[in-house]
Design a protein around this ligand. Sequence first.
Ligand SMILES: Nc1ncnc2c1ncn2[C@@H]1O[C@H](COP(=O)(O)OP(=O)(O)OP(=O)(O)O)[C@@H](O)[C@H]1O
Length: 294
Amino acid sequence: MAQSFIQLSDVMLRYGGGTVALDHTTLGIAEGDFVALVGPSGCGKSTILKLVAGLLKPTAGAVIAGGREVGAAGTVRPASAHAAAGPRLRVGLAFQNPTMMPWLTIRENVMIPLKIVEPFRQDYARKKRGEYAERADALLAQVGLRGFGDKRPWQLSGGMLQRASLCRALVHEPSLLLLDEPFGALDQFTREELWDIMQGLWMARRPTVLLVTHDLRESAYLANRICVMSSRPGRILETRAVDFARPRTLEGSYAPEFAALVQQLRMRIAQARREGDTPTPAPVAAPCLQELGA
Ligand SMILES: Nc1ncnc2c1ncn2[C@@H]1O[C@H](COP(=O)(O)OP(=O)(O)OP(=O)(O)O)[C@@H](O)[C@H]1O
């Protein structure tokens, strides 16, 4: 079986206080795929994101990202000689509350990854600053923020800041985008507007995306696959393929088949919550459908 771009193999994660957040978690994501993680609150969705980002190290099992085994605190070890020869994995991150540096302009905030991520960092210090500023401005224009590069974060609304944070997550052309409830704090209209923008950015660049969300409509609108997790300790119960044609539209999200998928997801999560309330025997790892070639 070919190894996935992102691969969690029988992962267990126990936090310092003893909480087992994940157990027998197995998940494979192909390069360029757009995967959403949904499940009951506290089931370990963000923990998976942190493991893939290298912010946590699995207590047991293995996490591979871009052909490399992910270690502790952001360190990444080559998983094979082949991977060691390849480029380092570039990761973009966006969270629910976009943290912007208040003393920097929006353009400078968007450019932050270019200041710290190689190979951009060296050139930033030397000659390419102007070119990078143009790149930031072009991205801002793409998300409807043309002309806002010189503003300060406090001059923008929550939705505008979240657009800018998507630009910041993408400016260094990451091959992997990790999104943790990026639209969770926004009103429904702004959120739906940003789904469209997010879809457009993904279709133009095709990074691998792992999205954590509580919003099942959002998962069905954006993802190619939706992984449903069990209650804590979380594992992948089921992976649903989402075959709706792209670009998906808001009108399409009111079609009966879209509503049916959302309803099925809702019922599956409700069932997972009920099962989490009753003691069950030790779980058996459920392979992702993708791993079975589905
Ligand atoms: N640093 C930590 N130390 C101890 N326990 C933690 C820590 N971070 C998370 N947990 C616990 O691990 C479990 C999984 O947390 P996680 O944030 O991954 O869940 P989640 O599915 O993203 O939650 P939600 O849907 O509510 O955002 C929760 O029970 C949480 O309380």
